[in-house]
Design a protein around this ligand. Structure first.
Ligand code: KIV
Length: 257
């Protein structure tokens, strides 16, 4: 398993880091066996597998349960559990307790936090307590109601400056890496050059230290993937064919024979 320290030292000059989400044991096992460096048990599970139309309803119980399943099936990859909406931020004590639960109870190696000015101190406290933190800036879907949509962030000079500033502050607070979502590639390249810890991009161009995508988008299972996702398979078609073949076989009396 790459350790948090090994991930922290990875840089753009080497082979890019790979991260994919997984939410259950069978897919985590496949992702791990394929040699992916990090598995993110993302709160994207809300849209990807729980049938919600945003990440906002995802609970700590959801993330803890799915993280446990992923951890049990993973041998090599570093497992990062996402802190769901309002599981942190209101008070640092609640954030510490919830992050601790994901490490202690569910077995995650690290937590990811959708970051802002309110998460700098929490990041520092968690790192002091031995909980590695991956920060997340740019498009942070838990702020959907504030932002008004899943739009590209960091497109004005003021926004770009804020992202660069918050990236530095989270690195100083001890974050071991940073996810940068849906920002212009020039900004992603600047943040990547500015930070010592690796920047993992999603919809942020090719110049970050690594890439992350949502598994259901990558395997072609999502009904409506975001514009920056890429599908490398057609699992939706494969499942539809298999289920239709099963129905026909039962209805025609061919199964069981
Ligand atoms: O929840 C998630 O899967 C994420 C990734 C898209 C980075 O935050």
């Amino acid at each position: 398993m790459p350790t948090v320290q090994e991930i922290r030292q990875a840089s753009a000059d080497e082979e890019p880091l790979t991260m994919l989400t997984a939410y259950d044991a069978p897919t985590a096992e496949l992702v791990d066996a394929a040699g992916i460096d990090m598995i993110l048990v993302g709160d994207s599970m809300g849209n990807a597998v729980l049938g919600y139309d945003s990440t906002l309803p995802v609970t700590m119980d959801d993330v803890a349960g799915h993280t446990g399943a992923v951890v049990r099936a993973t041998e090599d990859a570093l497992v990062v559990a996402d802190m769901p909406f309002l599981s942190y931020g209101a008070t640092d004590d609640a954030g510490i307790e919830n992050a601790g639960r994901l490490v202690k109870e569910a077995g995650a190696n690290a937590v990811k936090i959708e970051s802002g000015p309110h998460t700098v101190e929490l990041t520092e406290r968690l790192v002091q307590l031995g909980i590695p933190v991956m920060a997340h800036l740019g498009l942070t879907p838990q702020r959907l109601n504030q932002v008004g949509g899943y739009t590209r962030q960091g497109t004005t000079e003021a926004d770009a400056r804020e992202i660069r500033d918050l990236a530095r502050r989270h690195e100083e607070a001890g974050a071991f890496s940073l996810v940068l979502e849906h920002v212009p590639s020039e900004l992603a390249a600047e943040v990547t050059a500015d930070l010592d810890v690796p920047v993992i991009g999603i919809g942020a161009g090719p110049e970050t230290d690594g890439q992350v995508l949502v598994l259901t988008d990558v395997i072609g299972l999502s009904a409506s993937p975001p514009p920056f996702a890429e599908s490398f398979g057609d699992v939706r078609g494969e499942i539809a064919d298999a289920v239709a073949s099963y129905r026909e076989a039962v209805e025609d009396g061919d199964f069981p024979d």
